[in-house]
Design a binder for this molecule. Structure first.
Ligand SMILES: Nc1ncnc2c1ncn2[C@@H]1O[C@H](COP(=O)(O)OP(=O)(O)OP(=O)(O)O)[C@@H](O)[C@H]1O
Ligand SMILES: [Mg+2]
Length: 463
């Protein structure tokens, strides 16, 4: 393998990487540039190699070029956003990671890996502009609550775990403190947050949601706090989501993915209620209720170092944990009924319910995707169903597989003798097939039955 990685082969490989890669020597002269990087900057590679980095990027200065900074300091820079004008005058925004190149402990150059986020940035800014337009700026009220559409009535479930969550959330809706919601994927965090907004005093004001894992750090900062026009940042005057959500609620999803230094800035805003746009010197007062969410236990997120302890304490005034579906299985029949009703309407069906076999699978399955997974299972079945009862055949492959492997014990107790015997038979056949690597003759001899009998049974049980 090693012999294959000659310099020539490596260069060919690097040319197919979708990130731009560029390296300079100690003096700042470009010594390497892959195809993506050349395309990004619209430069001719042959012309660029050997030239000083600042002569290729006239909009950069010694202080603003991350490559030069790293050569000088020897300290790596990770995920830094950089906006510059390329050789042909096009404005490009990249996220760069820059590392020193060392030889025998001495810095001899630097290498930079850049991801082009020009389009992502333009899109996210457009989104904020649109949100701003919809909500009519910070002083105007929204007329209808079209963003946060869910209310507490939409949160289905009667288990004591869920009722506890609902009652705590209803109380929280009447207060002004920030709220921290946590729960595994698909447990209903977004649903709950929207319901809280719609039950509180801010229901007629804007509800703005931002996923903190979706954007790189610097871009997220601009999106949250806004930007002012500046040549260095390349930004325009733009309000951030805090201004857009003024008077209303800002839902910061996956806050544990927000870079720590931005978490510190967020904490400051929560403490003094003032935001400073990126590149601005003045601060502006905002009145926003922040609801944050994590998909892991926040105390664990603190322990792991992805949630700042001080921010956690600030957000922790009201913490609401959503239970996994496997820990409130008594809600499954209600949820099933709810989703069948929903998709009967949406898909023009007339499904009446689920078979008892499916009901028992739903009860024994562990639902790693929680309520969302249950909803998708029902939606999927209702797309392909012929009759009016959701039977085993309409379930996705992973659930059928789960049933094959575990179904027997879960079901034997209350089943008629014939079904229980059949289930056991199925299980033994599957075991033999697995053992024999799906060799039917060998499986038949393991089970001590004729090959034809096994073939008939495989067909019968659709194994
Ligand atoms: N208690 C519930 N009653 C009715 N529908 C629910 C309930 N909980 C979740 N859902 C539905 O399940 C789906 C997932 O919910 P939601 O988007 O709120 O989950 P989430 O916790 O935000 O997940 P993720 O962490 O993956 O973003 C949605 O379609 C939502 O309507
Ligand atoms: Mg969510």
């Amino acid at each position: 393998m090693r012999e294959l990685l000659t310099q020539e082969n490596l260069e060919i490989i690097l040319d197919y990487v979708s990130d731009g890669i560029q390296a300079i020597d100690k003096k700042g002269n470009i010594i390497y540039c892959n195809r993506t990087s050349a395309m990004l900057d619209d430069i001719n590679r042959e012309d660029a190699i050997g030239r000083h980095v600042l002569s290729i990027y006239p909009s950069l200065k010694k202080e603003t070029s991350t490559l030069l900074k790293v050569v000088e300091t020897g300290i790596s820079i990770f995920n830094a956003e950089q906006t510059y004008t390329n050789y042909r005058g096009k404005k490009i925004t990249t996220v760069n990671s820059t590392l020193p190149i060392k030889l025998k402990g001495e810095i001899v150059g630097a290498i930079e890996i850049s991801r082009n986020i020009t389009d992502v940035k333009a899109l996210s800014e457009k989104l904020v502009d649109l949100q701003n337009k919809i909500y009519g700026g910070k002083d105007k009220k929204r007329t209808e609550s079209d963003e946060a559409k869910y209310t507490f009535e939409d949160i289905i479930g009667n288990s004591k775990e869920l009722l506890k969550v609902k009652s705590l959330a209803m109380k929280a809706a009447q207060t002004v403190s920030p709220i921290l919601v946590y729960g595994d994927t698909g447990t209903g965090k977004e649903l709950l947050v929207q319901a809280i907004h719609n039950a509180g005093l801010r229901r007629s004001k804007s509800f703005v949601a931002q996923n903190c894992a979706a954007l790189p750090a610097n871009l997220l900062e601009g999106i949250l706090f806004g930007t002012v026009k500046g040549s260095f940042t390349g930004a325009d005057n733009r309000p951030g989501l805090f201004e857009v959500a003024d008077g209303g609620t800002l839902f910061l999803d996956e806050i544990n993915s927000m870079p720590l230094e931005l978490q510190a800035k967020l904490l400051r805003v929560l403490q003094d209620g003032r935001i400073r746009r990126v590149g601005d010197i003045k601060t502006t007062k905002v009145n926003v209720r922040v609801i944050a969410a994590t998909n892991i236990d926040p105390a664990l997120a603190v322990q792991k170092g992805c949630l700042r302890r001080d921010l956690y304490y600030r957000l922790n005034t009201i913490t609401i944990g959503l239970p996994d579906l496997k820990d409130r299985k008594e809600d499954i029949p209600l949820l099933t009924e709810h989703f069948i009703k929903k998709y009967n309407k949406l898909l023009y069906r007339n499904v009446k319910g689920i078979s008892s076999e499916v009901a028992s699978i739903f009860q024994s399955y562990h639902w790693p995707g929680n309520v969302r997974e249950l909803e998708h299972v029902i939606e999927g079945a209702m797309n392909i169903i012929d009759g009016d009862i959701i039977a085993l055949d309409y379930l996705p492959e992973n659930l059928i597989e789960f049933h094959r492997e575990t179904g027997v014990e879960a079901q034997t107790e209350d089943l008629p003798l014939k079904t229980a015997v059949e289930n056991l038979e199925k299980k033994l056949i599957i075991k033999a097939l697995k053992k024999s690597n799906h060799n039917i003759s060998r499986a038949a001899s393991l089970l001590d039955i004729p090959r034809q009998t096994l073939q008939y049974k495989i067909k019968k049980y659709r194994l």
